[in-house]
Design a binder for this molecule. Structure first.
Ligand SMILES: *Cc1c(COP(=O)(O)O)cnc(C)c1O
Length: 372
């Protein structure tokens, strides 16, 4: 990992993203899933890594398509020159349909009514719209229930301006140690898919596996898999077997901007929640919850300075926090690693009482991204 170069960023804090690591993770997933194709999921600013940069790198690396959550995210990709097929997972509001069609995006459709609206909008501009049918097999979020799906599949065959190019579902518990509910969801999905062979039809692209499914349920890989967190080198939970070797793609670095000795009885930061009974060296780091570094890390998180782990002292402020060095050494300008150098996104999540997904997606636009 190269050292922090002050010319890389205006402020002494940045996120370093290894596009090479993301490409290697993509390759490792491809090798693991055999004949299934891989749809990289780049929603939420590519899990904090930078949506356009990550998408462009994966496109040049040979990814066949992309997945995002929102219409807006897909439009940002189109404006950034991404020409791949893009599936938008979230629901489609009626007023958004012309935009989806204008940007040549794949919609998630889960009702006959929506299919009809899409069909009419596509006919109006003399084109064929593409959709993937969304089946709810137990997540209870979006999609037609598996026990009501047959009518939707039937209807999808009848619209002349809509191509149902895919059919998919989503796991609620594929990252758990107990796979009973994920297996039940998969069984329900496979039951829905029997519609096609029963009618002598070739099914469209069938997909259900997120990172948990990729790692834990090979029978769920089907025609396509949708890795998100794995692509960024992070496992979806501590329970999953690490059956694919991944490399973390993101590190978060800052610099020491202030050094002092704090005397016993003097408390550090808002609320006076931390003090020492002996003199200690304390340094200040110019990152805070205003950057997405959780306030829940107050008195709990750790950082690495000069190869040593040190604890956060007192509350994380909006723009700064303090670190207790005890009698360790650090100078102004020394690199402070918040994620990386042995601190994983999972470690930060554990300290903050959340999951690595939230740690990564929470790093906001105030923190410059540097690509290596
Ligand atoms: C976010 C998302 C994924 C990726 O999930 P990971 O757990 O990050 O792999 C896949 N499919 C859908 C529909 C999603 O919303």
């Amino acid at each position: 990992m190269p050292h922090l170069n002050p010319t890389d960023a205006i402020r002494p804090a940045h996120v370093e993203v290894s596009l090479g690591a993301i490409a290697q993770n993509y390759d490792a997933i491809r090798a693991h899933v055999g004949t299934a194709s891989v749809m990289p999921v780049v929603k939420a600013n590519a899990y904090g890594h930078g949506i356009v940069e990550v998408a462009r790198h994966l496109m040049n690396h040979g990814a066949p398509c992309l997945g995002v959550a929102l219409l807006e995210e897909a439009i940002v990709l189109r404006q950034g020159g991404i020409t791949l097929p893009i599936l938008v997972f979230g629901g489609v509001a009626t007023r958004q349909i012309p935009q989806f069609i204008a940007h040549d995006l794949i919609m998630a459709a889960s009702s006959i009514d929506k299919l009809r609206q899409i069909d009419e909008a596509a006919a109006a501009v003399k084109t064929k719209a593409r959709v993937h049918l969304k089946i709810d097999t137990g997540m209870e979020r979006i999609g037609v229930h598996w026990y009501n799906a047959e009518k939707l599949l039937e209807a999808s065959l009848s619209f002349t301006n809509v191509e149902a190019a895919g059919i998919y579902s989503h796991f609620a518990n594929s990252d758990a140690a107990d796979l009973a509910s994920a297996k039940e969801q998969l069984a329900r999905f496979l039951e829905v898919l029997e519609f096609y062979p029963k009618r002598g039809l070739q099914p469209p692209l069938r997909h259900i596996a997120n990172s948990g499914g990729i790692l834990q349920l090979p029978e769920s890989h089907l025609d396509l898999v949708r890795p998100g967190i794995m692509l960024y080198g992070v496992y979806p939970s501590k329970e999953v077997p690490q059956t694919v070797k991944l490399q973390p793609a993101l590190s978060w670095k800052s610099q020491v901007v202030y050094f002092k000795v704090v005397q016993p009885g003097s408390s550090v930061s808002y609320g006076g929640t931390w003090q020492s009974d002996h003199p200690v060296r304390v340094v200040t780091v110019p990152v805070g919850y205003g950057d997405g570094y959780f306030r829940a890390l107050s008195n709990r998180g750790q950082v690495v300075i000069r190869g040593q782990r040190h604890p956060i002292a007192g509350r994380v402020c909006m723009d700064q926090f303090m670190v207790n060095l005890e009698w360790g050494t650090a100078y102004n300008g020394d690199v402070v690693t918040l994620i990386g150098d042995g601190i994983s996104a999972q470690d930060v999540a554990d300290w903050a009482g959340t999951i690595p997904y939230e740690v990564l997606t929470n790093i906001n636009s105030r923190v410059p991204r540097v690509y290596v």
